[in-house]
Design a binder for this molecule. Structure first.
Ligand SMILES: [Zn+2]
Length: 423
């Protein structure tokens, strides 16, 4: 029997004050590591470990996630008052894997993490999964006593940290931590240069540029034993800090890592909202999953655009607007359900998307004629399919790398998210 997610919360704190935050949480994070396992049509979650981390990089006032993007959503309740004191949406590699052909024939488990400010009182955590039908299913419940001595204490920082950009207070900034993969000890100087280039690629691109003062970027200088990252089809498997690899889900350019724990161990050395992994390779590839992590090849000719595109997924929850390339996904979007991504629509609930930004005389759907290139509309094709999913513009950085701009819908979603983190 499925337990439906009803948002039964009667009391929550959409906007907290600093004093309210201080009464509920310490300045540290609580990290919950778990295994997410299943098949294409089943899933279950099992706890791995709880640990305390040295920093909380998130907002201290926007504690409740009112956007509700992502395939998953978790809520944290004060065990005594039943008040919801924290919530966040996210997606994961396991959720994507469920839409691949492999998930129809076998089961798989992947590691994931919930991160929240460290509570001062016992809490209950509920994790929900968004079903293909659009409904929510409760897949995990956990009672946590912050005094439990099995919560692993803060670990000593292992590697030096390098300040890449900005001076903003973590509570009022989008904090990005850049992690190196496939850089040997001798190549950490190159990693510092690549990190600076990442910051420049992102923060010189609108709408990030106009709000760049709200960003803070740090890099953790962790070396790998061997250079480069894995290319399974070439039988190249170097020993690296984060075990990143091309050919994720057998898509050559899809470059990700399954080693969530190593990623989180490195990231936890600094306050962070977003993780960006730089892979030391010239081969074309990358990936980005909402509130999970971004990854980009650092040395490809197109790296500056890969960096911005992947961060669009991981930071603002943007969907891919393309549909003509080879991905391993099937049934990624249900044509009868409005997708949660702010730049895609199935027209089931278009009022909730960019309709109000359109000229009322623009037809819905909008014909993709050459003369419409600058017109915000509703163009069929997006989200990996040619029919049934619609995108806002004929082209956008979430579709191709031909241009140098985001469409208006993507632009607005990014600006909203920057404010959510930093106001
Ligand atoms: Zn777009």
């Amino acid at each position: 029997m499925k337990t439906r997610f009803l948002f039964l919360v009667l009391v929550c704190l959409p906007f907290a004050t600093q004093a309210q935050f201080d009464s509920l949480f310490t300045s540290h994070s609580l990290r919950i590591d778990y295994v997410h396992a299943g098949t294409s049509n089943s899933e279950w979650v099992a706890i791995e470990s709880l640990s305390e981390e040295a920093f909380w990089g998130g907002s201290k006032t926007n504690l409740i996630d009112t956007l509700r993007y992502g395939k998953y959503f978790f809520e944290v309740f004060d065990a005594t008052t039943k008040q919801c004191i924290y919530s966040r949406g996210f997606s994961s590699l396991f959720g994507e894997w469920q839409t691949t052909p492999e998930a129809k024939t076998t089961s798989r488990s992947l590691s994931e993490t919930l991160l929240m400010p460290f509570p001062k009182m016992p809490v209950k955590v509920l994790l929900y999964s968004r079903l293909f039908s659009g409904e929510w299913d409760t897949i995990f419940r956990l009672d946590i006593d912050p005094d439990n001595y099995f919560i692993q204490p803060v670990k000593k920082a292992k590697w030096p940290v390098f300040d890449v950009f900005g001076k903003a207070d973590p509570a009022h900034a989008v904090d990005i931590v850049i992690l190196p993969d496939g850089y040997t000890m001798d190549e950490l100087g190159k990693f510092i240069d690549d990190s600076r280039r990442l910051a420049e690629s992102l923060l010189e691109f609108e709408p990030y540029k106009q709000l760049k003062d709200r960003f803070r970027i740090r890099a953790v200088l962790a070396p790998s034993f061997e250079t480069g990252i894995a290319v399974p089809a070439d039988d190249y498997w170097p020993e690296t800090a984060l075990s990143s690899s091309f050919y994720t889900f057998d898509s050559e350019r899809y470059c990700m890592t399954y080693d969530n724990k190593s990623v989180r161990n490195l990231a936890g050395q600094v306050p962070y909202d977003q993780i960006y992994i730089l892979a030391n390779t010239t081969k074309y590839g990358g990936g980005g999953i909402f509130n999970f992590y971004s990854l980009s090849a650092s040395g490809n000719d197109l790296s500056s655009k890969i960096i911005v595109h992947e961060f669009g997924h991981a930071f603002a929850g943007l969907g891919d607007e393309y549909y003509d390339s080879s991905t391993s996904y099937s049934d990624f979007y249900n044509p009868d359900v409005e997708p949660w991504e702010p730049n895609l629509t199935t027209l089931v609930d278009f009022d909730s998307k960019w309709k109000s930004m359109m000229d009322p005389s623009t037809p819905i759907p909008t014909p993709a004629a050459d003369s419409m290139a600058t017109i915000l509309g509703v163009y069929e094709g997006g989200g990996y399919v040619a029919h049934g999913v619609y995108r806002p513009k004929i082209d956008c950085l979430m579709k191709t790398f031909k241009g140098d701009v985001f469409c208006e819908a993507c632009n607005k979603a990014i600006v909203n998210m920057i404010h959510f983190y930093s106001d």
